[in-house]
Write a protein that binds this ligand. Structure first.
Ligand code: SAM
Length: 257
């Protein structure tokens, strides 16, 4: 591929250019020939090429029209299916029963895309993403740390997650200002702490972390009574960051009745 594409900031374009890092990421993904895999934001194909060296076929979702035209030019349709459009609106469930999702995600949409993908978790085998290092640290954070929050709880509810390695700015053209990291997410076959009403769990977690310096008694007063706190055996004087996924689910299930 030529280098003539001018990176568009509004699409979060930082293209991987370090062959050793690209190899390390593809090794971590461990593609198998028959995988049903989708790459979000293939860009100039830095990961697409080595993935297609193993896979028989790959789906990609790309928003940039110039890049879409290049992808059509560079790969035959029987190897690469190009879904032109916004990954935030893409129906990942349409691709199959056991899909693998990969991508060097545009940083400006990383959190919404993670929440969008969580809705398809039942059809996902695993996901590997490059994200801003700070976002990965928030995703895998444990209770009682400053990185721990809504993103940690809502993703850890559904996925086993691991931060794999850090990728420095020099691995990209143009170089971003911050470090990136690779994260692996695998949905639990059986949820460790199933919520009766997941939307309610989301509301409770959002309310609890909305004012993270305040006590649970205060932030969750619209949901949880003094009697509920006692029945749950949770100290209402604690703050959201003290609770794990299990406790948040216990609260949501108590409120759901
Ligand atoms: N995968 C390539 C690489 O590693 O060099 C490009 C990564 S670049 C950080 C992000 C890519 O996502 C770009 O190709 C960009 O055009 C695309 N993109 C940005 N927003 C998107 C969206 N909402 N839906 C689909 N693709 C998007």
């Amino acid at each position: 591929m030529t280098d003539s594409h001018i990176a568009r900031k509004r699409f979060g374009q930082n293209f991987l250019s370090d062959p050793n890092i690209i190899r390390k990421i593809v090794d971590a993904i461990r593609p198998r020939p028959d995988d049903v895999m989708v790459e979000i934001g293939p860009g100039l194909g830095a990961m697409t090429d080595p993935l297609l060296a193993v896979l028989k076929h790959l789906h990609v979702v790309e928003i940039d029209r110039d890049l879409i035209a290049r992808l059509h030019q560079n790969y035959p349709p029987e190897r690469l299916t190009v879904h032109a459009g916004d990954a935030l609106k893409f129906d990942f469930g349409s691709l199959g029963e056991k899909i693998r999702v990969v991508g060097n995600l545009p940083y400006n949409i990383s959190t919404p895309i993670l929440f969008h993908l969580a809705a398809f978790a039942d059809q996902v085998e695993d996901m590997h993403f490059m994200l801003q290092k700070e976002v990965v640290e928030r995703m895998v954070a444990q209770p009682s740390s400053s990185e721990y929050g809504r993103l940690s709880v809502m993703l850890q509810y559904r996925f086993a997650m691991a931060k794999l390695f850090i990728v420095p700015p020099g691995a990209f053209r143009p170089a971003p200002k911050v470090d990136s990291a690779i994260v692996r997410m695998a949905p639990y076959a059986e949820l460790p702490h199933p919520a009766k009403d997941e939307a309610l769990l989301g509301k409770i977690v959002t309310a609890a972390f909305g004012q993270r310096r305040k006590t649970l008694r205060n932030t969750l007063k619209d949901f949880v009574s003094a009697g509920d706190w006692e029945a749950l055996g949770i100290d209402a004087g604690l703050r959201a960051e003290a609770l794990g996924v299990r406790e948040f689910v216990a609260i949501a299930n108590r409120v759901a009745g």
